[in-house]
Design a protein around this ligand. Structure first.
Ligand code: MRU
Length: 364
């Protein structure tokens, strides 16, 4: 992990008709590789969160289209149908749409016999580009951690993060974690407050696990602890990921991110969002009114997954008839975001800031 060759999705080394992923539902208790044989296996992996995080969801969609091209009796129709179903599988993360549209544009005029080869090359390119992009985010974000470390005369830099925007949410390195991994490599004393991130506990089950694999000092906290820690000067910077950022700099991310941004604002703690440009939705301006927020199953709130006496189990924590709402994401308005860390540099969370870094996209 955070080593050069770690990957979250890859082609089976002995069978190019099978795509392999880590079954992230089982972490941190079991590290299990899961095989995708068909595009509908890919849809299931996205919907049921075997894979999660905007960039990895996009890559999984691209690989699913490859499987559709391989196995379809009429490959073009199969790929088109798979694309439609994939686009519905998770509504908030925009990389999914980006990846599907990219692949479909590349095969628009392709013959049936060429589809699988073209889509495989595209899926491989999407993954390779994501690794480079995350490293770019890491290099730019590192400058922020270096500044804090210098200001504190080498004392511990305390970062707070929410959800998992780590290597597991991308192909490698992560978005929010890339600067942290590079800081660790550079010898900066860095410590991470890891939000548990109810209801699916991506913080405790994924972020804490991957930070431990990489020997990064970290402490798990419940989601409600962040404000208290900020009031007491125990957080130097908040860095989160995002599932969709509008062209005005509003940021959709895992539910609870907005509350962290409010607490950071009130306590003068810099609040940064790390994102690949593939997560920017240039067609959307106002995040609160325009970004669809995924409503997930009530069981995510009423049940909890864990291990008891060595056996994995789900336990019910709420009464059977309790009414539940489970919005999976919220939108943090740009005014609460100190800056966006992208692969091209750090900018203001504003239309002007993003347009300066990505003039070719902003002009369309
Ligand atoms: O619902 P998930 O687990 O797919 O959501 C992922 C997130 O919201 C992450 O926090 C992340 O920042 C976005 S992907 C780098």
């Amino acid at each position: 992990m955070a080593s050069e060759d770690f990957r979250t999705i890859w082609l089976h080394p002995d069978d190019p008709e099978v795509v392999q992923i880590i079954d992230q539902r089982l972490l941190p208790h079991d590290y299990s590789i899961h095989n995708l044989h068909s595009w509908s296996d890919g849809v299931e992996a996205i919907t049921d969160m075997y894979v999660r995080g905007a960039p990895l969801i996009g890559a999984t969609a691209a690989w699913s289209l490859y499987l559709a091209a391989l196995h379809g009796k009429f490959p073009k129709e199969e790929v088109a149908h798979a694309a439609e179903v994939l686009l519905q599988s998770r509504p908030t993360a925009v990389n999914l749409r980006w990846a599907v549209e990219r692949v479909m544009a590349h095969v628009a005029d392709a013959a049936d016999g060429d589809l699988a080869r073209i889509i495989r090359a595209d899926a491989e390119a999407i993954c390779a580009e994501d690794v480079d992009i995350c490293l770019g985010i890491g290099r730019h974000g590192l400058t922020l951690l270096e500044e804090i470390s210098q200001r504190k005369n080498g004392d511990t830099v305390n970062v707070l993060t929410h959800c998992n925007a780590g290597a597991l949410a991308t192909i490698n390195w992560g978005t929010a974690t890339a600067p942290i991994y590079l800081a660790r490599k550079a010898g900066i004393d860095v410590h991470v407050w890891v939000d548990e991130t109810r209801p699916r506990n991506q913080g405790s089950q994924l972020t804490a696990w991957e930070l431990a694999q990489n020997d990064v000092a970290h402490t798990l906290i419940v989601d409600n602890a962040g404000g208290h820690l900020m009031q007491h000067g125990q957080v130097d910077i908040v860095i989160t990921g995002t599932d969709r950022t509008t062209r005005n700099g509003d940021v959709a991310n895992k539910i609870g991110t907005y509350l962290k941004a409010l607490a950071a604002f009130d306590n003068n703690v810099p609040f940064y969002v790390a994102l690949p440009s593939t997560t920017i939705d240039w067609s959307t301006a106002d995040g609160v009114s325009e970004i669809p927020i995924e409503e997930r199953d009530a069981s995510e709130v009423t049940m909890s997954y864990g291990v008891l006496d060595g056996v994995s189990c789900n336990i019910r924590t709420a009464a059977h008839d309790t009414k539940v709402a489970n919005p999976a994401f919220d939108v943090t308005p740009a005014r609460l975001v100190t800056g966006l860390i992208t692969e091209r540099g750090i900018c203001d969370a504003s239309a002007e800031g993003l347009a300066d870094l990505f003039p070719e996209e902003a002009a369309i």
